[in-house]
Design a binder for this molecule. Structure first.
Ligand SMILES: [Zn+2]
Length: 241
């Protein structure tokens, strides 16, 4: 699931195009989206995660109400991937300027379903999707202000949890995405992420955090990492995306 907490400008565009790339059949695509752009984006994501996406259906939804009814998680959701059939759904607030980042994020969810099944813990999934989709940078100064942190391993789903340890509403969602991406950056600083992901195919990634990445206590290390990064983060990065 991809979320934005800041407004995205939209412009008038025509929809209804059917696109067919190697991996994706895209329904109701906007006029500006091309098969070439879809191929390029898919190739980049596939290379990062070393996986050829098995044929998926993607649909562009132009009616916000219908889109929200479909996912049931409220107005903040931009796009989502459905685990049941590996389909991707793009909402009306996505446009050419945020398409690659948003659709790339959802494609990563599909690859995580297809390649890793349940090997990647839920608390790392959104962060990995943002990290590999080259989404916005982690705002460590913002994150550091949320300390002391809840047990990060209890972050199950940014929208589903009623008593989410990360807090309720927009603040809780943001914490989930930002903390999850920061966790991926921390792990990548301690061991090779690529190798870690390879080790995790068919197994649980969590078991390798101790043995391969030498992270004894994820929560202790996370607290140290955030306060260290918050100190060195230049103020220019504090802008919201
Ligand atoms: Zn997501």
């Amino acid at each position: 699931m991809s979320l934005v907490l800041f407004g995205v400008g939209g412009s008038v565009t025509a929809f209804g195009k059917e696109l067919q790339s190697n991996a994706i059949r895209f329904h109701n695509a906007p006029a500006w989206l091309t098969e070439r752009r879809l191929e390029k984006l898919t190739d980049r994501i596939q290379n990062v995660l070393e996986w050829d996406v098995r044929r998926i259906e993607a649909t562009w939804h132009t009616d916000q109400r219908e889109f929200e009814t479909l996912h049931g998680f409220g107005p903040a959701v931009l796009a989502f991937a459905r685990r049941a059939d590996h389909s991707v759904h793009v909402g009306p607030r996505v446009d050419s300027s945020n398409f690659d980042e948003t659709f790339g994020h959802e494609l990563i969810h599909v690859i995580l379903f297809q390649k890793y099944k349940d090997a990647i813990p839920r608390w790392l999934e959104e962060g990995l999707a943002n990290y590999a989709a080259k989404a916005a940078k982690v705002d460590y100064a913002w994150l550091a202000k949320r300390a002391p942190f809840p047990d990060v391993r209890l972050m199950i789903h940014p929208f589903k949890a009623i008593s989410a340890p990360e807090g309720k509403g927009a603040e809780g969602w943001r914490f989930h995405y930002v903390a999850s991406q920061a966790l991926i950056e921390m792990i990548a600083s301690k061991c090779r992420l690529h190798e870690l992901l390879q080790l995790s195919v068919g197994k649980k990634l969590e078991t390798y955090l101790q043995t391969y990445c030498r992270i004894q206590d994820i929560n202790v290390e996370f607290g140290k990492w955030v306060s260290k990064k918050a100190k060195v983060q230049p103020s220019a990065l504090l802008r919201s995306p």
